[in-house]
Design a protein around this ligand. Structure first.
Ligand SMILES: Nc1ncnc2c1ncn2[C@@H]1O[C@H](COP(=O)(O)OP(=O)(O)OP(=O)(O)O)[C@@H](O)[C@H]1O
Ligand code: SF4
Ligand SMILES: [Mg+2]
Length: 381
């Protein structure tokens, strides 16, 4: 059966994505007031309650919806994954695929309403973060889970010096003296490679370049030595040289501090370089997951294959444009009941319109949510 066209999907429960070609979806309107322009989520470190054996961080069947004037958007649909200490999980997908809403749902950074966490579990050392009250959650943010935002200005307050913003949580939550917090702030800036940190600690965010601001954000996220670091497009706005420096820095810090890192990005080359495992998202769902080498060598989902085909060729022209995947990702106004990729899939058959594909294991930790994974297609042709 040929794939169904987008026009017919409009009459179904899908709408075309409203931000085609836009760099990233703007989540600022959805952030909780207390978390806008604030680093008060950074609190004192502890590893209490985090067991070495079980997965450090486990997300099960996470469901998030956003109530908008034009209806309810099912932004995150039954998302599950886990990550261990010292591991890096790359999260990829087109704009609007639900990467940021998923990440922000994990530590409940989004305002409710309009955002509603409908279900699931987010287990950190066995403790379900979705069950914590706001006080306990504040205590945990930054302490066990650090967050580097997609947009640096979401986290940095332009009216306070960088040092003040680094010192505030250290003083408030670790009870450090002014002097001690100041020294630690200088140390953190040095750790992330800011030259002349003793002087720059007293400067304001606008006195830092984009790359340096991103380093400051990483320093803020690391201030309290978190067990898990979530980095949402930490290098998107940076030029390639700075991007390479930040990637190297994150690698170094991870091996020094042993954190689990969740790295969200559009850039498949970055994922290939840094990730141990990859999670591919589409329409708020995990449609493929696996070890980075296996997934890149043999993608099983038609969407992953199409996504990999958009990568610039190694040694290709410098200005080579990404080939876009034809069609647009849908916005789900109902929980998905069938394959959300079918309007764009060259392999779609009748079953794809009738039944939601669930994640099924392939081999060695590789799984895919497709009724006709490409491996099987290849094997049976
Ligand atoms: N401010 C908003 N208001 C209403 N809905 C929103 C808003 N921001 C995001 N959404 C909805 O949530 C869905 C998931 O968005 P999300 O920001 O998580 O995507 P993303 O994968 O992070 O995209 P990008 O790569 O552009 O950052 C969007 O498709 C959109 O439907
Ligand atoms: S289930 Fe697989 S084959 Fe069917 S439309 Fe979806 S991606 Fe294509
Ligand atoms: Mg995003």
């Amino acid at each position: 059966m040929p794939p169904r066209g987008l026009a017919s999907e409009r009459n179904n429960h899908w709408l075309p994505h409203p931000y085609p070609g836009v760099g990233f979806t703007d989540l600022r309107p959805l952030l909780k007031e207390t978390d806008k322009m604030s680093n008060s989520h950074l609190e004192k470190p502890t590893t209490a309650g985090i067991h070495a054996s079980a997965p450090l961080f486990e997300v099960r069947d996470l469901e998030t919806v956003i109530h908008t004037r034009s209806g309810t958007v099912h932004a995150v649909n039954s998302v599950s994954f886990e990550i261990n200490a010292g591991e890096t999980l790359g999260v990829v997908g087109e704009s609007g695929s639900g990467k940021s809403v998923t990440m922000m749902s994990l530590i409940r950074l989004l305002a409710s309403p309009p955002v509603e966490l409908r279900g699931g579990q987010v287990l950190l050392g066995g403790e379900d973060l979705l069950k914590l009250d706001e006080g306990a959650l504040r205590d945990l943010r930054g302490k066990k889970v650090g967050f580097v935002f997609q947009d640096p200005m979401t986290s940095l307050n332009p009216v306070f010096t960088v040092g003040f913003q680094l010192m505030e949580p250290l003083r408030q939550h670790l009870g450090m003296s002014r002097r001690g917090a100041h020294d630690r702030a200088v140390e953190l800036l040095a750790l992330v490679g800011i030259p002349d940190p003793a002087r720059r600690v007293d400067e304001y965010p606008h006195q830092f370049s984009g790359g340096m601001r991103q380093r400051v954000m990483i320093a803020m996220a690391l201030a309290c030595d978190p067990a898990v670091l979530i980095a949402d497009e930490p290098t998107t706005a940076l030029d390639v040289t700075i991007q390479a420096q930040i990637i190297e820095l994150m690698r170094e810090l991870q091996s020094k501090l042993g954190m689990a890192v969740i790295w969200v990005t559009h850039d498949l080359n970055v994922v290939r370089e840094i990730a141990d495992r990859v999670l591919v998202m589409y329409a708020g769902q995990v449609i493929e997951h696996g070890p980075v080498d296996a997934l890149f060598a043999q993608p099983a989902h038609p969407y992953t294959r199409a996504l990999l085909a958009t990568m610039p060729r190694a040694g290709g022209a410098k200005q080579e444009r990404l080939r876009a995947i034809e069609g647009m990702p849908p916005i789900l106004t109902e929980a998905p009941q069938s394959c959300a990729f079918r309007a764009r899939c060259g392999h779609a058959r009748a079953r794809c319109a009738q039944e939601l594909p669930r994640r099924q294991p392939l081999s060695n930790g590789h799984d895919v949510a497709c009724h006709y994974p490409l491996r099987e297609v290849a094997e049976h042709v």
